[in-house]
Unconditional design. Structure first.
Length: 383
């Protein structure tokens, strides 16, 4: 089973999909607020009538306000749908297409050939690739490029006004519109396309390297499960909450015998088989990790003692299906001893681990291959 990261990192790339959507929509809302403030200021100024089309400002000011409100609505929708994974997958596409449409609208108002349009297109494309990847970003960018191209062509053919917010646009359409546009596209398109593809390749490699660094720092190299560092982080997060959480610590019985009679390669294979068995017998919401050597820790949020006991008994039974054979032909089944307890937060992590460790050794003392559990809901605090 591939370990899935729990998006709670400090860096933006590690955020959850919901948090990324909220961030990008709040950023777009700030852009819309800037345009609203600029338009209101322009309407109140007395020395801009010679170069600003005030009637166009009056007409388009409500649209900017509506766009700002829609940005906040989409941010709120991303927050509400955060617990629903399937619905949440659609929100990035909605946000990307909404931003593409709004960008095309603003580009038409200020001029599709102005530097501001290029900055918006490249900047938002780069941000989209970093946060959401190619499948979300490319369709929206392609749509924006096509719309901007059609708008520019219609402008240069004098079918629609260029930069209607201004009386004299910063970059007025040239007299020989079509030939000039074709020349610019022939020279600029390969350069822009090359830069964009190089940027895309760099971002993709960066994201792959970041994912690999995350995997190496949070998972055990042999089993692919969470390592002790990540489990400690997850436990500390659970300990601060008020809900029920069950902890299970298990140790493979007579693991030294496996290494001595079968070799360390077989021992490594047994650890991998145990890891696979545990992930198959637990839920996606549980954290399963290698705690050290032949010890494994399972953290089960929102799981009362009876349910946790059934899950651990299932794990214990499934582990016995793993067979090992010594170099002398002797064959036996793998077994494990379990300590299990249920806590109600907030609780002290060190005390909880100490208590469940005592239960594990009680299981070994009683003959191994069993689950010893308690439903005590609190632990003594460390001094």
């Amino acid at each position: 089973m591939t370990v899935q990261p729990h998006n709670s990192g400090r860096f933006m790339l590690d955020w959850s999909l919901s948090s990324k959507c909220i961030a990008i929509m709040l950023l777009q809302a700030c852009v819309e607020i800037f345009f609203v403030i600029w338009k209101i200021y322009t309407l109140s100024a007395t020395d801009v009538s010679s170069w600003v089309n005030l009637s166009a400002i009056h007409t388009h000011l409500p649209y900017s306000i509506v766009a700002c409100i829609l940005c906040l609505v989409l941010a709120g929708l991303a927050h509400v749908l955060a617990p629903y994974a399937r619905l949440m997958r659609v929100i990035p596409f909605v946000c990307a297409w909404f931003i593409a449409c709004v960008m095309c609208y603003h580009a038409h108002l200020v001029g599709t050939l102005t530097p501001l349009t290029g900055v918006m297109l490249i900047g938002l494309s780069t941000l989209g690739l970093m946060l959401f990847g190619r499948w979300v970003t490319y369709p929206a960018v392609l749509f924006a490029v096509i719309v901007l191209g059609i708008s520019t062509l219609m402008t240069l053919l004098h079918l629609i006004p260029y930069a209607p917010l201004f009386v004299e646009p910063v970059l007025p359409a040239p007299t020989k519109a079509l030939s000039w546009l074709i020349s610019i596209m022939l020279f600029a398109t390969p350069l822009v396309l090359g830069i964009f593809l190089l940027l895309d390749h760099t971002i993709e490699q960066w994201k792959q390297n970041a994912a690999e660094v995350w995997r190496l720092s949070q998972t055990d190299a042999l089993t692919g499960l969470y390592n002790r560092h990540y489990l400690s982080h997850a436990l500390n997060a659970q300990a601060e909450k008020t809900h029920v959480v069950s902890l299970a610590l298990l140790d493979i019985d007579h693991f030294k015998r496996i290494n001595d009679l079968c070799g360390h390669l077989v021992g490594d294979q047994v650890l991998q088989d145990v890891a696979h068995c545990l992930t198959q017998a637990t839920r996606q919401s549980d954290w399963v990790g290698r705690f050290g050597g032949e010890e494994f820790l399972i953290v089960m949020p929102n799981t009362p003692a009876p349910d946790a006991l059934l899950a651990m008994e299932r794990c214990r039974t499934n582990l016995q299906q793993i067979q090992v054979t010594s170099t002398h032909g002797e064959t036996w089944s793998v077994s494990a001893s379990f300590g299990l307890m249920t806590l109600t937060g907030p609780f002290d992590v060190s005390s909880g681990l100490s208590e469940v460790d005592k239960l594990l050794y009680e299981a070994k003392r009683q003959g191994r291959n069993r689950v010893i559990y308690t439903n005590k809901t609190d632990v003594p605090q460390q001094g």
